[in-house]
Design a protein around this ligand. Structure first.
Ligand SMILES: Cc1cc2nc3c(=O)[nH]c(=O)nc-3n(C[C@H](O)[C@H](O)[C@H](O)COP(=O)(O)OP(=O)(O)OC[C@H]3O[C@@H](n4cnc5c(N)ncnc54)[C@H](O)[C@@H]3O)c2cc1C
Length: 591
């Protein structure tokens, strides 16, 4: 049908999607082809792929095995597509997404090279209006944000980049034609997941590579390798079961050998489990070893020490190894990157490591980087400094809800972003991309972290009911105190017996260890599990409530305390908030 929209007026649709990565492509297929809606997708990039369109740095690859890191909505697609490696590299993942777009005829409804500069809710008509360069372009009752959580690279923090005479590259917006570092003096700033992947590859080319590290990470081997015919067959013959298992597991990976506690076994048994996980690679050490690594600091320390030991055994220079061992955060509280020969790279003669805690970068000079100690002459600088993660892309889109309320104002504080309820004023809800979308109930949002067998792998955290933004920080109940009427127990689960396994909210098939309904376990009445879980929850909450600017913990602020970055900011829990009345999430269950 020809477009009858008068010039200058926003074109009407049933649903609008922003972003054409994994989530946006699936949203388009679901809404258009399965639900029969009229849909338009807007994408800032020149093609589909999202993360895999932008992140073309050397070494970029997924760290979830490709047979899992792929769509499950079409049996034919998952049976026919062949991954060449266990963990596909960026070009292959991009080819896959381009294939999906072509196979399901998606590109005809995507407008590329178009950045949405504003999303305004028109209360009179109950519609969202999207703007490009300030001009309205489209309107629809439903808006799906498929902006991604890692699509807004962080701007450089150091002064002087404009005068640097060499080249500056950002891993998150890597040149499509690639970069040849042969013979160059190169700096990589940042040792997060992207840095850990790029550093070994750049070191193979560069004449001299200087790595500027602020925070070391608990990187463990991926054990990537070619996809063998047998392995592929074993997956494709039980794909449905693997997908189901993944959906029901913490982390979305179908591992099944996890044991309850690192402290319940002998040191020798623990070691065997860690060695098995390290040898098999991937996220096994984190997800498939012991369930209490994120619950019990003592259990966590055993895993951290194991990784430290591995780092020391792989890096020849003990001083460099010491710098590479993370000591400022417990294992797994930042996503542990997967690596291929990352630590061995520091044994090369052309690689040096600079500890930014000891000698911070002062400024970027025309010919290099100056730290507090010396200047490093350079030809190229690679910024692997990460993203304005989770909420960054949404905040940059300038979303305005009821009464012109700006999401940026509503989420002005990190605490508001963490605790805001997505459900109150939004007709639908926000969750992770459709690939692994978890249905969200309007009354509760348990993030139940359980394995498929029902064991917890981390604490269940209710981001909605228990801690409204205005409430006081949680304090554990004392024995005998009445159950508050707004407790998660009251609204989220069917009267569980304290200290037993109970179903989580009605949206989830998982089960959780019910500690909320229990009086605070004390003395002999408490099991070790309950005590450690309660303590871990208190520890996690203290971190979540920490002031992100000063790093101060509640009740522990004061002069002289070292500012720290907020390590526990999980944007997937940062739902949209009151005043923004329709869906800015990617969960399609309720659309
Ligand atoms: C290097 C790297 C490796 C990763 N590896 C894994 C992995 O192994 N496993 C895993 O689970 N996750 C991984 N991730 C996370 C990854 O981002 C997600 O898995 C997934 O690709 C996200 O898909 P998405 O469609 O939600 O968002 P994205 O792929 O980020 O797509 C969002 C799209 O929205 C567009 N956009 C943003 N703002 C606007 C705007 N205002 N107007 C128009 N368009 C806009 C962007 O251009 C982008 O194309 C990785 C991330 C990175 C950066």
């Amino acid at each position: 049908m020809p477009d009858m929209t008068p010039p200058g007026q926003p074109e009407p649709f049933d649903a609008l999607v922003v972003g054409a990565g994994f989530a946006g492509l699936y949203a388009l297929h679901k809404l258009r082809d399965q639900m029969g809606l009229r849909v338009r997708v807007y994408e800032a990039g020149g093609g589909v792929g999202g993360t895999w369109y932008w992140n073309r740095y050397p070494g970029a690859r997924c760290d979830i095995e490709s047979h899992q890191y792929s769509y499950s909505f079409s049996e034919q697609l998952q049976q026919e597509w062949h991954w060449s490696e266990k963990y596909a590299a960026q070009p292959e993942i991009l080819r896959y997404l381009e294939h999906v777009a072509e196979r399901f005829d998606l590109t005809r409804d995507i407008t590329f090279n178009t950045r949405i500069s504003g999303a305004r809710f028109d209360e009179a008509n109950g519609e969202w209006i999207l703007e490009v360069a300030g001009q309205p372009v489209a309107r629809a009752p439903f808006l799906i944000s498929a902006l991604g959580t890692l699509s807004a690279p962080k701007p450089p923090e150091y002064p002087g980049f404009d005068r640097f005479r060499g080249q500056v590259y950002v891993t998150g917006t890597w040149p499509h034609e690639g970069v040849d570092f042969t013979g160059q003096r190169v700096a990589v700033i940042g040792t997060g997941a992207s840095g850990v992947q790029a550093i070994p590859e750049i070191a193979k080319q560069a004449a001299q590579l200087t790595v500027f590290q602020r925070t070391p990470n608990f990187a463990t081997p991926s054990r990537n390798g070619p996809m063998t015919a047998d392995y592929e067959q074993s997956i494709k013959s039980r794909y449905a079961a693997l997908r189901r298992q993944a959906r029901e597991s913490f982390g979305g990976i179908p591992f099944d050998q996890i044991q309850p506690s690192a402290l319940a076994v002998s040191a020798q048994e623990r070691r065997q489990v860690y060695e098995r996980c390290y040898a098999e690679g991937g996220f096994r050490l984190f997800f498939d070893s012991f369930a209490d690594l994120l619950l019990d600091p003592e259990a966590n320390r055993t895993a951290a020490e194991f990784v430290h030991e591995k780092i020391r055994s792989r890096v020849k220079d003990p001083a460099v190894a010491a710098l590479l061992c993370p000591r400022d955060h417990p294992y797994g509280t930042k996503r542990p990157p997967l690596e291929v020969d990352y630590y061995e790279t520091y044994n090369r003669d052309n690689v040096q490591l600079v500890d930014l805690h000891r000698t911070p970068i002062v400024e970027i000079m025309p010919l290099g980087i100056r730290t507090g100690e010396r200047e490093y002459p350079l030809d190229s600088i690679v910024l692997a400094t990460g993203f304005d993660a989770s909420t960054g892309p949404l905040l940059r889109m300038n979303v305005r809800g009821r009464g012109g309320l700006r999401l940026n104002d509503k989420w002005a504080t990190a605490r508001a972003r963490i605790w805001e309820s997505p459900c109150r004023a939004f007709r639908t809800c926000s969750s992770s991309p459709g690939r692994r979308a978890r249905q969200c109930s309007t009354t509760c949002r348990w993030r139940s972290r359980t394995t498929s067998s029902g064991r917890p792998t981390a604490s269940p955290i209710c981001a909605n009911v228990a801690f409204p933004p205005s409430s006081r920080p949680w304090t554990p109940k004392t024995a005998g105190s009445p159950t508050p009427t707004r407790s998660p127990k009251a609204r989220c689960c069917r009267a569980p017996t304290p200290g037993t396994w109970a179903p989580t909210c009605r949206a989830s098939r998982a089960r959780r260890w019910c500690i909320w309904a229990a009086p605070r376990p004390t003395g002999k009445s408490a099991t070790r599990w309950q005590r450690t879980a309660i303590e871990a929850l208190r520890w996690l909450l203290a971190r979540l409530l920490r002031n992100p600017l000063t790093g101060a913990f509640p009740g522990r602020s004061g002069p002289g305390q070292r500012p720290r970055r907020s390590a526990v900011f999980d944007g997937s829990r940062a739902g949209p908030c009151r005043g923004f009345p329709t869906c800015v999430g990617s969960n399609l269950h309720r659309v």
